[in-house]
Write a protein of this length. Structure first.
Length: 263
């Protein structure tokens, strides 16, 4: 949806600017200007949707659809990513789910939201909530804010996050606790606390390996970047509920890293 709106605005604006001025040599200029108009139109569309985001359930189908559409737009039109996916059959159709992946780029949440067809929210740091539009959108999506300056606030937010997962909303968690060592594909650390939401909600866990996201910062938006996503088989809660979070962390650490290679 978002990509279609952007494309229609971009092409129609280019056409009308060309017709109005009548100077075909300026078409490249009109295309650049129309691109900006298209971006503005998509942002306006998202703002118009904020009341729907606010007054509907976190896993409302329309809300989930628009969010995935926005993620796809960011991947293909803003960051120019070419994404290949392996293991789509491993994505469950429903149930309680938490999703874990290595984290090397700010594009990572958009990539996973785009390719994984499951209603999903994220675990951003508190500073992200200060961003216009994005902060409200995440709030209405049932995101789990990580307040690194206050363990008490994070604990309170975790209670809400557990409820969200129990309602059938997937929770995307980067267990490294932020972007660590952007030039290394593999995870270099793992926080056992990242698995508390899954264990307290009784949720299954879906490990994902993201390959080549370390190159996005060097190439986007002027050059395309190929990213490979490997979706591993679900780790069922019933199979690991007797384990300590440190043991679960170690297991998922190896599942994700074994499918990655450093440059």
């Amino acid at each position: 949806m978002i990509s279609i709106i952007f494309t229609l605005v971009w092409l129609s604006s280019t056409y009308f600017l060309t017709i109005l001025v009548g100077n075909y040599y300026l078409i490249p200029v009109w295309m650049i200007l129309s691109y900006i108009i298209g971006l503005f139109s998509t942002v306006l569309f998202l703002y118009i949707n904020l009341p729907i985001m606010k007054y509907t359930k976190v896993n409302n189908p329309y809300k989930v659809y628009v969010t995935r559409s926005m993620a796809a737009f960011m991947n293909h039109f803003v960051m120019r990513l070419k994404i290949s996916v392996q293991g789509l059959e491993n994505v469950p159709k429903d149930g309680k789910l938490t999703i874990y992946a290595n984290h090397k780029s700010y594009a990572d949440p958009f990539i996973i939201m785009d390719v994984v067809n499951f209603p999903m929210t994220v675990t951003p740091k508190m500073s992200v909530y200060k961003l216009p539009l994005i902060g409200l959108w995440l709030k209405y999506l049932g995101a789990f804010p990580i307040d690194r300056s206050s363990d008490r606030n994070t604990a309170r937010a975790m209670v809400d996050a557990i409820k969200v997962v129990k309602e059938g909303m997937g929770m995307l968690i980067f267990p490294e606790g932020g972007i660590k060592d952007r030039n290394a594909e593999k995870m270099v650390a793992m926080r056992a606390g990242a698995y508390r939401v899954a264990m307290k909600a009784g949720a299954d866990m879906l490990p994902i390996s993201l390959q080549n996201t370390t190159n996005i910062k060097y190439r986007a938006p002027f050059r395309s970047t190929h990213v490979k996503v490997v979706i591993h088989p679900v780790i069922h809660y019933e199979d690991i509920k007797h384990l300590q979070t440190a043991e679960i962390a170690d297991r998922i650490f190896h599942v994700i890293n074994d499918h990655l290679f450093d440059k």
